[in-house]
Design a protein around this ligand. Structure first.
Ligand code: AMP
Ligand code: MG
Length: 540
């Protein structure tokens, strides 16, 4: 294996080390038609050429991580390669086979139906990055669909991946967003109104794209040998610090998967992210946020909110349910991998540990959001429970609320002397409907603020350093649903400039950016019920 040189001038100089295809069993069939694929982890498949690739945006941080210069990213060859029109030297494209539980039910084989992996590169630091085109044409796993992606969903995936990265949330990354020049037919709300939409391709990048579903499908088919091969491969490649695979290492591995998943969910809860489709095929083995479909961001704090219209009945994937769903998904993973364990006790213990780990992580995270030096069970259990009640008394913008709390100047003294109204002043911007702030609600909120401020005083907190700590974990800018929609509307009308300006803003989500105040505003009224802003379907 040769690591890439610091700077390269053509994509043919990238160093590929395609360990996934070299280590794991391929599907012997190489023709591209839809089928069930057994005893294999992947099928070789070529991206479908497109007529007019046009680069709308790329991620400068990720490009630099991969050793790609600005001029290379802006070159014609970059467009050709990351639209699937040309294979760079060393690329060996394939789609992986996976299954999954969708909305709680086993769905059988799913697989990369519109994702084509190009191979894995090793950068100058020796880090492994798998490159994957999303929307580059059909694969053996495309079932009844076309293998393509439309501009709106690709803008959402591209910007959200990079926004999450800059927020410090574990995620797959997005290198490029390219329109193809082709039209793609979609019935956005599955209501008999199909439309032509512009096609697009995102190049996604991650250390690994392996999902819980990759293990599940092998187990469901009783392919224990291949299952063991995939587990060993995953440990050796994605968890090398655990040592060579052995009975003991398998247990450590599953514990670590539980832990990484819990950490990811804590981050989602911190920033107000709702994934929307937490099916087991959308769960990364590395605890990365993966598959940006009908996701959304909490604007007003509503724990029952889900952006996904396909899930509006049971709200299985609503904001507050995400921690339990992750555990349910881990339970399905445990079921899938148990054939290689002698007994299931360690798996059950790890699932219990997930709950403890999550709970501790959540407490520590909320404590940080509140600028406390740590979580104190004596006072903070109640403080946090009351906080969640307070956030729901009236429609309250989550991001603006926490930034507002940081602005408060807390002075020791008798908090009862400060009038309710004055206590609420730093939070005014967070309220969607000021008329909801009746005297009674104002007093309830003010009482929580007193409880909070007195906790800060007891801790001897100083305002300036608390503010800095809080602003480093409470983003000023999140990828608000309506902003995504505005950028999409403009791009569909031929002006992609808002994608660029949002990308620039979201690269610094914790900083005050004077020229980007617009993007920190709460959702305008027109966006409350508009498709794409508060409701999304799986159609993409
Ligand atoms: P998702 O809901 O995006 O996680 O997708 C579930 C499954 O459907 C995965 O196997 C996807 O690869 C597949 N899929 C989604 N959209 C398409 C499409 N346009 N063409 C082919 N397969 C798709
Ligand atoms: Mg998926």
């Amino acid at each position: 294996m040769r690591a890439s040189r610091a700077t390269i001038t053509t994509l043919d100089e990238l160093s590929f080390d395609n360990r996934f295809v070299q280590s794991l069993p391929p599907d012997p069939e190489t023709k591209n038609f839809r089928r069930q694929v057994s005893k294999a982890c992947y099928s070789r498949v070529l991206p479908k050429p497109v007529s007019q690739p046009r680069l709308l945006a790329y991620s400068p941080e990720l490009a630099s991580e991969l050793g790609l210069s600005k001029s290379l990213c802006e070159s014609e060859d970059f467009r050709a390669v990351f639209s699937g029109n040309r294979l760079a030297l060393g690329m060996d494209p394939y789609a992986t086979c996976y299954g999954g539980h969708q909305f709680g039910n086993w769905a059988g084989q799913l697989g990369d139906g519109r994702a084509i992996n190009l191979g894995e590169i090793v950068n100058k630091k020796g880090d492994r990055w798998a490159l994957q085109l999303k929307g580059a044409g059909p694969t053996p796993y495309s079932r009844t669909a076309d293998g393509l992606a439309v501009l709106r969903s690709s803008v959402r995936e591209f910007l959200c991946s990079e926004a999450m990265y800059h927020l410090g949330v574990p995620t797959t990354r997005a290198l490029s967003l390219i329109t193809t020049g082709e039209s793609v037919v979609r019935d956005m709300f599955y209501d008999g109104h199909p439309k032509n939409e512009p096609g697009a391709i995102v190049c996604r990048v991650a250390p690994s794209f392996t999902r819980f579903g990759n293990f599940q499908i092998l187990s469901a088919r009783g392919e224990k040998e291949v299952l063991k091969q995939l587990i060993d491969y995953t440990i050796q490649t994605d968890f090398p610090h655990l040592g060579e695979p052995s009975k003991k290492v398998y247990i450590k591995w599953f514990n670590e998967v539980c832990q990484k998943t819990a950490e990811m969910i804590v981050h989602w809860m911190r920033v107000g992210f709702v994934h929307g489709v937490m099916n087991t095929d959308n769960m990364s083995i590395l605890g990365l946020t993966i598959d940006y479909g009908p996701y959304g961001w909490l604007e007003d704090y509503d724990p029952d909110w889900t952006p996904n219209t396909t899930d509006s009945g049971s709200r299985r994937y609503r904001f507050s349910h995400q921690p339990q769903i992750a555990q349910w998904n881990l339970f399905q993973l445990a079921n899938a991998i148990h054939p290689i364990f002698e007994n299931t006790d360690p798996l059950e213990e790890a699932l219990h540990a997930y709950a403890d780990f999550y709970q501790k992580g959540w407490h520590a995270m909320i404590a940080k959001k509140l600028g406390l030096k740590g979580f104190d069970p004596k006072t903070d259990e109640t403080l946090m429970a009351d906080l969640l009640t307070t956030l729901q008394l009236v429609e309250t913008d989550m991001a603006i609320f926490y930034r507002g709390l940081a602005k408060m100047d807390v002075q020791p003294g008798n908090l009862n002397d400060i009038p309710d109204d004055r206590l609420l002043d730093p939070l005014r911007d967070a309220y969607y409907m000021p008329e909801q702030l009746t005297e009674e609600k104002t007093t309830q909120i003010a009482n929580w603020l007193r409880q909070y401020q007195s906790r800060l005083c007891d801790e001897g907190s100083d305002n300036e350093s608390r503010r800095t700590r809080m602003n480093a974990v409470n983003p000023k800018y999140v990828f608000r649903n309506y902003l995504a929609q505005l950028a999409i509307d403009k791009a569909e009308a031929g002006d992609p400039s808002m994608i660029q300006s949002l990308l620039e803003c979201l690269r610094h989500p914790y900083d005050e950016q004077i020229d980007k105040e617009e993007y920190a505003k709460k959702r305008p009224d027109w966006a409350r019920t508009r498709a794409g802003c508060s409701m999304l379907s799986c159609s993409s």
